[in-house]
Design a protein. Sequence first.
Length: 217
Amino acid sequence: MRKTERAKIIIKELKKLYPSPPIPLDHSNSFTLLVAVVLSAQSTDKKVNELTKDLFKAADTPKKMVNLGIDGIYKFIKQLGLSNQKSKNIYQLSKLIIQKFDNEVPCTFEDLESLPGVGHKTASVVMSQVFKIPSFPVDTHIHRLSQRWGLSNGDSVIQTEKDLKKIFPINEWNTLHLQIIFYGREYCTARGCDGTKCYLCRTLYPKRKNKIICKKP
C-alpha cells in the first residue's frame, strides 16, 4: 500500500472518529491560547488546563499578565515542569506583545517565533487555530504515529512535519493534526500499541508482525 493510499484511509477513519476535534487546551482568546501552548511544553494538557483556569481568571490579556509580574505568574503555574523559565517567558512575551505588537498576538510565523518561549510548534498551533493558516504542528503523538503508519522515518519533529505536509492535502492540515493527537491518546498510545494492535495500524499494515521501534524526537 502506497503512502497516498494510507493517507486517504487515515483521513477517512479519523473523520469518522473525530469530525470536529476541539483544541485540547482551554482558552478564551488568541492570547490565552498562546500562553497555554507555551505552558504545555513538557507538561500534559490536563495539568495545564487545571492551572490556567485560575491564571486566566486573573490575567487573560497581555497587560493583566504583565501586572501579575514574574512571581505572580509563577504562583499560578509552579506545579508545571520548567515553571521558573515559563514564568519569565510568559511575562516577557506579554511585554513584547504590548510594546511591539499593539496588544495583539502577532499573525506571522516570524513574529510569533520572535517571542520568548515560542518555538515553531507553538507558532504553528496559533497560526492554524487562531488565524486559520494551514499549518501542521507536530507533537510526540504525531511523531510516533507517523512512524507507525509509515509516513515518516524522521528523527526530528521538523522532518516529520515536512514529510506529512508532502503527503496530506493542505486543506486537511489544521484539523488533521488534532485528529491524529486524539487518536494517539485514545487508541495508538505509546505503551498500548506497538504498530500492530490498534485499528489503523492493523488496517494500514495487515501483515505486519514485528513491533515498530519509534525514533524519539
